[in-house]
Design a protein around this ligand. Structure first.
Ligand SMILES: *[C@@H]1O[C@H](CO)[C@@H](O)[C@H](O)[C@H]1NC(C)=O
Length: 238
Protein backbone atom coordinates (compact mmCIF):
# COMPACT_ATOMS: atom_id res chain seq x y z
CA UNK A 1 0.00 0.00 0.00
CA UNK A 2 1.21 3.48 -0.85
CA UNK A 3 -0.11 6.62 0.76
CA UNK A 4 0.94 10.22 0.72
CA UNK A 5 1.00 13.13 3.08
CA UNK A 6 0.19 16.30 1.20
CA UNK A 7 1.05 19.53 2.96
CA UNK A 8 -0.25 22.81 1.63
CA UNK A 9 -0.71 25.12 4.56
CA UNK A 10 -1.17 24.02 8.18
CA UNK A 11 0.22 20.52 8.62
CA UNK A 12 -0.85 16.99 7.91
CA UNK A 13 -0.34 13.58 9.43
CA UNK A 14 -1.59 10.14 10.32
CA UNK A 15 -1.23 7.85 13.32
CA UNK A 16 -1.91 4.36 14.60
CA UNK A 17 -5.07 3.57 16.55
CA UNK A 18 -3.26 1.11 18.78
CA UNK A 19 -0.45 1.57 21.27
CA UNK A 20 2.63 -0.59 21.45
CA UNK A 21 5.29 -1.37 24.02
CA UNK A 22 8.48 -2.80 22.48
CA UNK A 23 8.90 -4.30 19.05
CA UNK A 24 10.04 -3.42 15.57
CA UNK A 25 8.41 -0.52 13.71
CA UNK A 26 9.28 0.19 10.13
CA UNK A 27 8.23 2.45 7.29
CA UNK A 28 9.34 3.10 3.74
CA UNK A 29 9.33 6.81 2.96
CA UNK A 30 10.08 8.86 -0.11
CA UNK A 31 10.65 12.39 1.12
CA UNK A 32 9.37 15.65 -0.35
CA UNK A 33 11.28 16.13 -3.61
CA UNK A 34 12.91 19.28 -5.01
CA UNK A 35 12.49 22.37 -2.85
CA UNK A 36 11.56 21.03 0.58
CA UNK A 37 13.29 23.82 2.51
CA UNK A 38 11.55 24.65 5.78
CA UNK A 39 9.49 21.47 5.85
CA UNK A 40 9.87 18.75 8.45
CA UNK A 41 8.69 15.23 7.76
CA UNK A 42 8.52 13.22 10.96
CA UNK A 43 8.08 9.54 11.70
CA UNK A 44 7.84 8.87 15.41
CA UNK A 45 6.46 7.02 18.38
CA UNK A 46 4.93 8.95 21.26
CA UNK A 47 3.04 8.10 24.42
CA UNK A 48 1.53 11.58 24.70
CA UNK A 49 1.30 11.52 28.48
CA UNK A 50 2.32 14.46 30.68
CA UNK A 51 5.81 12.93 31.14
CA UNK A 52 5.88 11.31 27.79
CA UNK A 53 8.26 8.99 25.99
CA UNK A 54 9.03 9.61 22.35
CA UNK A 55 11.34 8.23 19.66
CA UNK A 56 11.81 10.49 16.64
CA UNK A 57 12.98 10.47 13.08
CA UNK A 58 12.71 14.04 11.74
CA UNK A 59 13.71 14.84 8.19
CA UNK A 60 14.66 18.48 7.75
CA UNK A 61 14.06 19.63 4.19
CA UNK A 62 16.35 21.71 2.00
CA UNK A 63 16.64 23.45 -1.34
CA UNK A 64 16.65 21.16 -4.30
CA UNK A 65 19.97 19.35 -4.48
CA UNK A 66 21.04 20.34 -0.97
CA UNK A 67 21.11 17.59 1.60
CA UNK A 68 18.32 16.71 3.98
CA UNK A 69 19.27 16.33 7.61
CA UNK A 70 17.91 13.38 9.56
CA UNK A 71 17.46 14.41 13.18
CA UNK A 72 16.81 11.73 15.78
CA UNK A 73 15.67 12.37 19.32
CA UNK A 74 14.64 10.43 22.39
CA UNK A 75 12.28 11.58 25.12
CA UNK A 76 12.18 9.59 28.31
CA UNK A 77 9.86 10.49 31.16
CA UNK A 78 9.11 13.85 29.51
CA UNK A 79 12.70 14.89 28.90
CA UNK A 80 14.04 15.18 25.35
CA UNK A 81 17.09 17.26 24.37
CA UNK A 82 18.95 14.21 23.06
CA UNK A 83 19.32 15.14 19.41
CA UNK A 84 21.68 13.51 17.00
CA UNK A 85 21.80 14.67 13.38
CA UNK A 86 22.96 12.92 10.26
CA UNK A 87 23.35 13.41 6.56
CA UNK A 88 22.16 10.44 4.55
CA UNK A 89 24.37 8.45 2.16
CA UNK A 90 21.72 8.68 -0.60
CA UNK A 91 19.16 11.09 -1.94
CA UNK A 92 16.03 10.31 0.14
CA UNK A 93 13.69 12.00 -2.36
CA UNK A 94 14.22 9.86 -5.45
CA UNK A 95 13.30 6.50 -3.99
CA UNK A 96 11.75 4.78 -0.99
CA UNK A 97 14.10 4.03 1.87
CA UNK A 98 13.40 2.11 5.02
CA UNK A 99 13.44 3.79 8.43
CA UNK A 100 12.95 1.57 11.44
CA UNK A 101 13.18 1.24 15.19
CA UNK A 102 14.05 -1.86 17.16
CA UNK A 103 12.85 -1.14 20.67
CA UNK A 104 13.18 -3.55 23.55
CA UNK A 105 13.92 -3.42 27.28
CA UNK A 106 17.65 -2.98 26.74
CA UNK A 107 18.02 -0.60 23.82
CA UNK A 108 16.47 1.41 21.03
CA UNK A 109 18.17 1.04 17.65
CA UNK A 110 17.43 3.63 14.95
CA UNK A 111 18.05 2.12 11.52
CA UNK A 112 18.17 3.42 7.96
CA UNK A 113 17.89 0.71 5.31
CA UNK A 114 18.79 -1.76 8.04
CA UNK A 115 21.96 0.13 9.00
CA UNK A 116 22.04 1.21 12.65
CA UNK A 117 22.64 4.95 12.97
CA UNK A 118 21.98 5.37 16.67
CA UNK A 119 21.62 3.22 19.75
CA UNK A 120 20.01 4.44 22.95
CA UNK A 121 20.77 2.11 25.84
CA UNK A 122 18.71 1.38 28.91
CA UNK A 123 20.63 2.78 31.88
CA UNK A 124 17.80 2.67 34.38
CA UNK A 125 20.15 0.77 36.69
CA UNK A 126 22.12 4.04 36.94
CA UNK A 127 18.94 6.00 37.66
CA UNK A 128 18.51 7.33 34.11
CA UNK A 129 15.16 7.43 32.36
CA UNK A 130 14.45 4.98 29.55
CA UNK A 131 11.26 4.43 27.53
CA UNK A 132 10.35 1.17 29.22
CA UNK A 133 6.87 1.49 30.59
CA UNK A 134 4.74 3.78 28.41
CA UNK A 135 3.02 2.26 25.39
CA UNK A 136 3.31 4.50 22.34
CA UNK A 137 1.33 5.23 19.22
CA UNK A 138 3.02 5.56 15.87
CA UNK A 139 2.72 8.77 13.88
CA UNK A 140 3.88 10.48 10.75
CA UNK A 141 3.49 14.17 10.15
CA UNK A 142 4.57 16.82 7.67
CA UNK A 143 4.72 20.38 8.90
CA UNK A 144 6.20 23.84 8.79
CA UNK A 145 9.48 23.89 10.71
CA UNK A 146 10.96 26.88 8.96
CA UNK A 147 11.70 28.72 12.20
CA UNK A 148 14.53 26.23 12.85
CA UNK A 149 14.81 23.35 10.40
CA UNK A 150 16.77 24.51 7.36
CA UNK A 151 20.12 26.25 7.86
CA UNK A 152 19.05 26.81 11.43
CA UNK A 153 15.87 28.64 10.35
CA UNK A 154 17.43 31.04 7.83
CA UNK A 155 15.66 29.37 4.91
CA UNK A 156 11.88 29.71 4.91
CA UNK A 157 9.26 27.67 3.09
CA UNK A 158 8.63 28.82 -0.46
CA UNK A 159 4.87 28.37 -0.68
CA UNK A 160 4.96 28.82 -4.44
CA UNK A 161 6.51 25.36 -4.46
CA UNK A 162 3.69 23.69 -2.53
CA UNK A 163 2.10 21.18 -2.30
CA UNK A 164 4.84 19.34 -0.42
CA UNK A 165 4.31 15.61 -0.71
CA UNK A 166 5.94 12.73 1.16
CA UNK A 167 5.02 9.19 0.13
CA UNK A 168 4.79 6.11 2.35
CA UNK A 169 4.86 2.38 1.75
CA UNK A 170 4.89 -0.88 3.69
CA UNK A 171 4.11 0.35 7.17
CA UNK A 172 5.38 -2.51 9.31
CA UNK A 173 4.43 -3.06 12.96
CA UNK A 174 5.82 -6.17 14.57
CA UNK A 175 5.33 -5.08 18.14
CA UNK A 176 3.50 -5.84 21.33
CA UNK A 177 0.07 -4.27 21.17
CA UNK A 178 -0.80 -2.76 24.49
CA UNK A 179 -4.16 -3.32 26.05
CA UNK A 180 -4.71 -1.63 29.37
CA UNK A 181 -6.33 -4.79 30.72
CA UNK A 182 -3.42 -7.17 30.14
CA UNK A 183 -0.39 -4.87 30.33
CA UNK A 184 1.90 -7.80 29.67
CA UNK A 185 4.26 -6.54 26.99
CA UNK A 186 7.47 -6.39 29.02
CA UNK A 187 7.18 -10.07 29.88
CA UNK A 188 6.56 -11.24 26.34
CA UNK A 189 8.63 -13.90 24.64
CA UNK A 190 8.74 -12.03 21.37
CA UNK A 191 11.78 -12.18 19.10
CA UNK A 192 12.86 -8.64 19.94
CA UNK A 193 13.17 -9.53 23.62
CA UNK A 194 15.64 -12.31 22.96
CA UNK A 195 19.14 -11.84 24.33
CA UNK A 196 20.64 -11.54 20.85
CA UNK A 197 18.80 -8.21 20.42
CA UNK A 198 20.13 -6.75 23.67
CA UNK A 199 23.38 -5.72 22.02
CA UNK A 200 24.63 -5.04 18.50
CA UNK A 201 26.40 -7.77 16.59
CA UNK A 202 29.86 -7.11 15.20
CA UNK A 203 28.63 -6.20 11.71
CA UNK A 204 26.06 -3.77 13.11
CA UNK A 205 28.72 -2.26 15.38
CA UNK A 206 31.00 -1.49 12.47
CA UNK A 207 28.10 -0.10 10.44
CA UNK A 208 27.19 2.19 13.33
CA UNK A 209 30.79 3.38 13.54
CA UNK A 210 30.84 4.04 9.79
CA UNK A 211 27.72 6.21 10.07
CA UNK A 212 28.99 8.05 13.15
CA UNK A 213 32.34 8.78 11.53
CA UNK A 214 31.07 9.78 8.11
CA UNK A 215 27.52 11.07 8.43
CA UNK A 216 26.88 12.29 11.95
CA UNK A 217 26.92 16.10 11.99
CA UNK A 218 25.62 16.83 15.46
CA UNK A 219 25.63 14.97 18.73
CA UNK A 220 24.09 16.51 21.87
CA UNK A 221 26.58 14.46 23.89
CA UNK A 222 29.45 16.64 22.70
CA UNK A 223 27.63 19.98 22.63
CA UNK A 224 29.44 21.67 25.49
CA UNK A 225 27.88 25.06 24.68
CA UNK A 226 24.47 23.64 25.37
CA UNK A 227 25.32 21.30 28.23
CA UNK A 228 28.06 22.46 30.56
CA UNK A 229 28.28 18.98 32.03
CA UNK A 230 28.04 16.03 29.66
CA UNK A 231 24.60 14.41 29.88
CA UNK A 232 24.90 11.38 32.17
CA UNK A 233 23.73 8.79 29.64
CA UNK A 234 26.55 9.86 27.31
CA UNK A 235 29.32 9.07 29.78
CA UNK A 236 28.23 6.21 31.96
CA UNK A 237 29.35 3.04 30.24
CA UNK A 238 27.77 1.16 27.42
C1 LIG B 1 20.95 22.34 3.60
O1 LIG B 1 22.04 22.63 2.74
C2 LIG B 1 23.07 23.39 3.35
C3 LIG B 1 24.11 23.69 2.28
O2 LIG B 1 24.59 22.50 1.71
C4 LIG B 1 23.64 22.62 4.52
O3 LIG B 1 24.60 23.42 5.20
C5 LIG B 1 22.55 22.20 5.50
O4 LIG B 1 23.08 21.36 6.50
C6 LIG B 1 21.48 21.45 4.74
N1 LIG B 1 20.39 20.91 5.52
C7 LIG B 1 19.56 21.61 6.31
C8 LIG B 1 18.41 20.89 6.84
O5 LIG B 1 19.73 22.77 6.62
Amino acid sequence: MTSSLVFICAASGFGSKNKYLFGHISMNIKLVPQDSAGTVTAFYLSSETSKHDELDFEFLGNFSGDPYILQTNVYANGVGDKEQRFYLWFDPTTDFHNYSLLWNRQQVIFKVDGVPIRVFKNKEALGLAYPSSQAMKIYSTLWNGDSWATRGGLTKINWAHSPFIATYQNFGIDACQWTDSTSNCPASNSWWSQVSFDTLGSKAKSQLKWVQQNYMIYNYCTDTKRFSTTPAECTSGN
